[in-house]
Design a protein around this ligand. Structure first.
Ligand code: ADP
Length: 382
């Protein structure tokens, strides 16, 4: 059986009115219950579930108006209409004051009854919709407050990070140059164990400086609004330049680095710095996470609205479990940490910031132990 159009309760001591209401309303798809006394009516209301109640005012055991408060307390959206044989203005006003929505003067025709019920149920539907919208608005306001708070904390975190990284950089760079003096034997010959220890100190120092530089880059990417600096950028030379920057590192690691970018690529709307930062993080990672004998390829595919830069490698890959977390600040995949390859877990967070500024998207596919492909889709210049 299909759902009724509405559940109605008719409370009236006249059998004729109860039967008449049922006769008119049931064929129209309404489920109609009836009650012949106030007591019966009260019981039915307590059981609940009515969309609309039609109430006689004068009953042998009381006045229908007395039930209005009960009905509305149970369900504030339940619509009530008074059936009155004494269609006086005072009674109507009293009923409306007590929360009734409408009244019907007896005797009434089937059409008037039907119209009143349809109008009443429409009001109920609108009330429910208004309530739903109010709830959505309240939720939206709460979310907006949460978002403002998160943005405030995010700004605080960025400026704190920027300040700390700034303060740390100078002493770390100073200590590094002093270390170099020692390592190069400028203060006297070193024994082998001394040299070994100093080499390790120098390597740890380099990691520290990487972290500081990444923190500075991340803070910088979050601050300056890019719109004003956007220009028409030729992707090919930027990609080639970044590729050349990593060539010595790739050669030293025994990794073949192939950069394929034709000279006649369409331009993109970007800032060169954002673009270079994205490409150097992706190519740098690909070289870093690819073992000796592997291959890194950076290529460009031109689409109708977008240009795709694809950086793929035959490196250590990323597990399906870790993939969704790439780009979280400080996140490093389990296999990268175990491999002994050092990193800060900030590079891809920086990439995401720059991609946001460029209105670009990134997708990553990876096969653990076999390699990864990072695709960046950049909007073509109009
Ligand atoms: P990190 O400084 O650790 O390289 P990133 O933010 O650049 O930090 O990258 C986050 C993590 O994503 C890395 O630690 C590594 O686990 C994984 N990752 C990124 N690029 C690659 C890649 N080309 N191959 C395998 N793993 C990668």
């Amino acid at each position: 059986m299909s759902e009724p159009h509405g559940r109605l309760l008719v409370i009236d001591d006249e059998q004729g009115i109860r039967d008449g209401c049922r006769r008119v309303l049931a064929p129209e798809g309404y489920a109609v219950d009836t009650a012949g006394t106030i007591t019966e009516g009260r019981q039915a209301i307590e059981a609940g579930g009515y969309d609309m109640v039609l109430l006689d005012v004068m009953m042998p055991d009381g006045r229908g108006i007395e039930l209005l408060a009960d009905i509305h307390q149970r369900d504030p959206d339940c619509v009530t209409a008074i059936l009155t044989g004494y269609a006086t203005v005072e009674l109507a006003v009293e009923a409306l004051k007590a929360g009734a929505y409408d009244f019907i003067a007896k005797p009434f025709s089937g059409d008037v009854l039907l119209l009143t019920v349809q109008r009443g149920l429409e009001r109920r539907r609108l009330l429910a919709e208004a309530r739903r919208l109010e709830a959505v608005e309240r939720q939206a306001a709460a979310l907006a407050r949460d978002r403002d708070e998160i943005e405030r904390l995010e700004r605080f975190k960025s400026s704190f990070m920027l300040m700390v990284a700034h303060e740390l950089r100078a002493p770390v760079v100073g200590a590094q140059s002093l270390l170099r003096t020692l390592v190069r034997g400028m203060t006297g010959e070193l024994t082998d164990p001394q040299r070994e220890i100093l080499d390790r100190v120098e390597a740890r120092h380099a990691e520290l400086l990487d972290l500081i530089n990444d923190l500075l880059a991340l803070a910088a990417s979050k601050s300056a609004p890019p719109e004003a600096q956007m220009t028409s950028v030729d992707l090919a030379p930027v990609l080639q330049e970044v590729g050349e920057r990593f060539r010595p590192q790739a050669e030293a690691a025994g990794v073949e680095l192939v950069v394929e970018a034709s000279d006649r690529l369409p331009h993109i709307r970007a800032t060169k710095d954002d673009l270079a930062m994205v490409l150097s993080n992706l190519i740098g990672n690909a070289v870093k996470y690819t073992p000796r004998g592997g291959r890194v390829t950076a290529e460009v595919l031109v689409g109708k609205d977008e240009i795709e830069v694809r950086v793929s490698d035959t490196g250590i890959g990323i597990s399906a479990e870790d993939l969704p977390r790439l780009g979280e600040e400080f996140f490093r995949a389990g296999n990268a940490k175990q491999s002994g390859i050092t990193g800060t877990g900030l590079g891809l967070a920086i990439v995401h910031q720059h991609l946001d500024r460029l209105g670009a998207r990134m997708e990553v596919e990876s096969d653990l132990g076999r390699g990864s492909t990072f695709r960046v889709r950049l909007p073509r210049e109009a």
